[in-house]
Design a protein around this ligand. Structure first.
Ligand code: HGY
Ligand code: MN
Ligand code: MN
Ligand code: MN
Length: 394
């Protein structure tokens, strides 16, 4: 985990525990500087594309390259491995290939995608979705962070030109094959007793933002029967989402963020935003997706109104079986695993031959400080990635 040790003090979050590293904030800028320094130390030429993704080239940039990498940003209070392990393993794989005297016969790059977690602007995989055109650049430019700053303003402050954000066909042509290494965010490899696995699929990911409107008022002076308290339908939605996921097959629904306005203890909220994250295979979609209708019922029941400010449900990604099985063979029959977590590889898989390697996480916990990977398994992962990249780039 040598590379991870280098950045262990960047973006620690004393209030939440773990790390909070969000696109263009101080911590993420320090991580960008660290990556550029690490790349240059290896003689890799780094440039940042129009969507704030960083590309470190081993030799001349070119089309049909072998590309590996991941992200450096985190969720609020996230673990040390989700994202950075893929970047440090890619750098270590370059070291291994160099030590073997290997010289890529194809263009070769290490990439760091921007805002994979959506931790600041609310859209996961923002950098890779802009690159592939999977998000409208105008919508992206107008996304706002908690302080009201737009992504365009944050880009400009970072020194990038927001007007250039959007699908980048030249950059996509350069990706011949993409392989992302990632800490496993689950217990598959623990249960199998294996240090490294290969991704088979990524569960379809939906996000909603419901805004319940009521009447702000005094918590003490307002009789119960005089209230239109938007926190009530919000609470009912949280429970309904969980029940819907329980009733569905292999669905997951989470409300990890509720934002009342104005947010005073002695104040009945005037509005409450409920951020829902749901994941489900096609067969379970409708059980989860009808929550918008249920939200309207809950609101009406309390004399409130509801706005659906965001609603998206991505398809389940099935990685190209040829690439998947090639990786499994290269890794001596490594197991293929489903991923409940989304990744930039899931975005690129729609455009380019893409694969993922997973490294065992002994806690099985992710998006929390307890996320972990043992040194020996990290080394196995870097070696496995080096073997795969050598095969693809020879
Ligand atoms: O939310 C996810 O699944 C990913 O970690 N961004
Ligand atoms: Mn994550
Ligand atoms: Mn990740
Ligand atoms: Mn008062």
């Amino acid at each position: 985990m040598s590379g991870l040790a280098d950045i262990a003090d960047i973006g620690t979050d004393p209030r939440r525990g773990g790390y909070s590293r969000h696109v263009f904030d101080d911590a993420e800028r320090q991580l960008r500087e660290w990556f550029v320094e690490q790349a240059q130390r290896r003689g890799l030429d780094v440039h940042t594309d129009a969507n704030a993704n960083m590309w470190a080239w081993w030799g001349e940039p070119g089309d049909d390259a072998v590309v590996t990498g991941s992200h450096l940003d985190s969720v609020p209070g996230g673990g040390a491995f989700d994202g950075p392990l893929g970047v440090t393993s890619a750098l270590q794989a370059v070291d291994v290939l160099r030590a073997r005297g290997f010289q890529p016969r194809r263009p070769f790059a290490v990439v760091v995608f921007a805002e994979e977690e959506g931790g600041r602007f609310g859209v996961p995989c923002l950098g890779s979705k802009l690159l592939t055109g999977q998000i409208d650049p105008d919508r992206a430019r107008n996304l706002r962070d908690a302080g009201g700053l737009t992504f365009a303003e944050a880009m400009a402050d970072f020194g990038a030109d927001p007007a250039r954000a959007g699908r980048d066909d030249a950059a996509l042509r350069r990706i011949g094959q993409f392989v992302e290494l990632h800490v496993e965010q689950g217990k598959g490899l623990i249960e199998l007793g294996r240090p490294v696995g290969v991704a088979d699929s990524i569960l379809g990911h939906g996000r909603w933002r419901f805004r319940f409107h009521g009447q702000g008022n005094h918590a003490g002076a307002t009789r119960i029967d005089d209230r239109r308290d938007p926190m009530l339908p919000a609470a009912e939605l949280v429970l309904a989402a969980r029940r819907a996921a329980e009733a569905a097959d292999d669905a997951r629904a989470t409300v990890g963020r509720i934002v009342p306005t104005p947010g005073g203890t002695n104040v009945i909220a005037s509005a409450v935003d409920v951020h829902l994250d749901a994941r489900a295979p096609e067969r379970s979609r409708e059980l989860v997706a009808d929550l918008s209708a249920r939200a309207a019922e809950f609101a009406a029941h309390e004399g409130c109104e509801v706005e659906v400010l965001e609603e998206s449900f991505g398809e389940t990604v099935h990685f190209d079986p040829t690439m998947r099985d090639r990786l499994r063979d290269l890794l001596h029959g490594a197991p293929a695993l489903p991923s409940g977590a989304g990744h930039d590889a899931g975005i690129l898989a729609a455009e380019r031959p893409t694969g993922m390697l997973f490294v065992r996480n002994p806690t099985g916990i992710s998006h929390a400080p307890e996320e972990h990977a043992e040194q020996a398994d990290c080394e196995e992962g870097s070696l496995a990635l080096a073997d795969v990249l050598q095969e693809l780039a020879r």
